[in-house]
Each structure stands twice: as structure tokens, then as C-alpha cells.
Design a protein. Sequence first.
Length: 435
Amino acid sequence: MTEAARAASEAILPNPPGAIRRWVAAHPRAIDMAILVCYLLGAIPLSLLDLFTLHFDRADATVLGSAAYALTVSLRLAAGTIALILRRRAPLLGLIIVTAALIGDGGPVVIANFVASWFLLYAIPVYRDVRTGWIGYAIAVGGSVINSYVPAVNPSFPQTNQGDSPFGFIVLDAIWALAVLLIGINLGNRRRYIQAVIDRAHQLARERDQLAQLAVAEERSRIAREIHDIVAHSVSVMIALSEGGARAVNTAPEEAVNAMQRSAETGRTALTEMRRLLGALQMSDAADMAPQPGLTDLPALVSGFQEAGLNVTLEDEGIVLADRLQGLAIFRAVQEGLTNVLRYAGVGATAHVSLRRTESGIEVTVRDFGRPANTIGPTTGLGSGRGLAGLAERVRVFGGSIESGPVPDGVGWRLRAFFPTGAASAVATPHSEKG
């Protein structure tokens, strides 16, 4: 299914009223051929009648003059035919052709060309625009004026005949042409308005699909961030505990058992959080709808990393947030920073976490002081960078920013997240806690 067909199926629009109108709109070539055939069915007999009148009523005409008149009749018939063929593609050009064919001395065939000129004058505002339609009207009336007031053009139209003048004929022709033009303008404007409404409906359908795709992409990104935060943190802690237990199994069996128990507990906690996340996504009734972690869960988070082998201190000014989503973002920032410390600086590394409220906002900093002596290589291997990218998205929701890189005036690595004032209401009650 093409894009246009899909958009048409999505935009449920009413059908045009009437089966005949729908058929006409669906078969434009058939309508053009029908108009042309009707013209020829009327114009050909009128042309023959014109030639017949020439033969009997103009006995004094020369052979050369009769041949010229017959050629003129043929050219007028051809002009009307060509003009109607151009009715849909170039109606203004067709009107110019048929108007030129009407100028000069003419017989019955002129009647057919007059009707053809009305069809073309009607077609201009329908298939082009209103301004072009008025230009066509001026051309039609101008042709009538030239044909009536210039004797050299049409000698058979007398300028004076017992006091009569062609002014009445011009006015009548202008009124008929005006009526045809107004009908065409009305129908053309209605057709363009309906087409604009249909195009707008299709555009809205496409925009709706695009917004749905963006929403799906955003939701996938959010799910990926949540899964990364859960898995990366838990797996890093489990690996650190397992490695510590493996090293202590011979020298300190009790500590090794304790480390393995804490590793198992961390795995069960991660599994519970994963089930909770998947259950919320599936809207399962059995899902554990526990609240997401926030600032009050930071001491427990720090304690978990301490059990995994990090020397972590927490400096918290007791910031209380009314927005739990911002609290979750701060929690994830600390979690990501400490996970990277454990991953790259390794067990035994020292880290400092600070939450500080300034005049411009809330500043969250996680800093380590490098890898301890006599240790080599990262504990859990290199990361993919998705954690910091997801964290940047979280912080950007609140108009904030993150910075991550080596400490410029010291040893180690620093992660800094900033939430500007106004992102959420915050009240600070200073106190200090160390873990």
C-alpha cells in the first residue's frame, strides 16, 4: 500500500454525495470525450449547413471565395475541437483559440463555437483559479467587442442599421459569459476547498502516525534507561561481591559466604525490579506497583556499594523534593556514577557523593579518587556509554545538564548533574550524613 493510499485509508472522510458525481470525478477522460463528441455531433451538421447556405445563397461568389469560405468553416471546426481537447489541461489557451475562431464573418457553425467558448470559460476557474477566470472573461468579452465594432473584421455585422447598434448583443453576450464564469468560480472554489480539507485530513493522519512513532521511540528509550540502570548497577555489584568472595574463600570462608549471600540478595532485588518494570509495561494485575526509588533511598544505595567494596561518603543537605520524578533522576545519577566508579576504579576505591542546593538549582556530584594501588584493570569491563546517554536524557527533561570527565585539578573521575531552579520545588534543611 502506497503512502497516499494508506493516508486515505487512515483519514476516514465522507464520500461525495451522489453516485453520478462520484463517477464523473473518477472518469475525467470519459467526460472530456463525451463533451468533445457532443460538440462534433452539433458542429459538423452546422458546418455542412454553413457550406450548403454558401452554395445556394451566394450564387455570385467566386470559386476562389467559396474555397476560402469553406476553409474558414473547416478551421473554425478544427479550432473548436482543439480548444475542447485543451479544456482540462490548458483552458485559457483553448478559450483564446475558440475566441479567435469566432472573430469574422460566420455562419451556423459559430453557434457551436459559442457553446464551446462557454465550456472553456467555465473550465478556467474550475481547473485553474479565479484570477485566471476573470482574465478569460475579459478575453471573451473583448472578442465580442472586436467582432461587433470593427467592420474590417466582420463586415456582415452592420455598424448602423436603421439606428440599431451591436451594443445590445455585446451586453447579452457579456451577461451569458458572466453567468457561466460565476458558476465555474463557485464550483471551482468548492472543489478546491474540499480538496484542501481532504489534504489537511491526510496531513493530520500522517502527523498522528509520526507522533505515535515518536512516542514509541521515546518509550523504548525510557525502558532502555530503566533496564540499564537496574541491570548495570546490580550486575556490577554482584560481580564485585563474587570476585571478593572468590579471593576470600580460602583465607576467610565466613566473609566469602557473606559476600555470596549479598550477591544473591542483590540478584534477587534486581530480578524483583525487572519483574516490576515488565509488569507495569504489560499492565499486569500481579505486578508489584511499588514506588520508584528517590532521595530517601540514597543511603541504602550507598550502603549497597559499600558492601560491594567501595569506600563511599554521602554528603546530603536534606533536600526534599515534591516531584518524585526528579528524585528518581537524582537517584539514577548517583547510581550511575557509583556503578562507573565500581566498574572502572574497582573494589577498594574511594568515592564521594554530594547533593548541594545552590541559588540556581540542585547540584549532584559523584567523584572518585582513582584506582587504588596494587590493582589493575576495570572490574567489570568497559561500558557501552548508554548509561550516561540515558542519564543525560533524564536530566534534560528538567532543563538540566550533566558533565562527566577527569577531575581537572586532581586524580580521578567526576560526574556532575545539575537541575536548575524551577524544575521542581525543593526545600533544604542542612545536615550531614556519612556512610
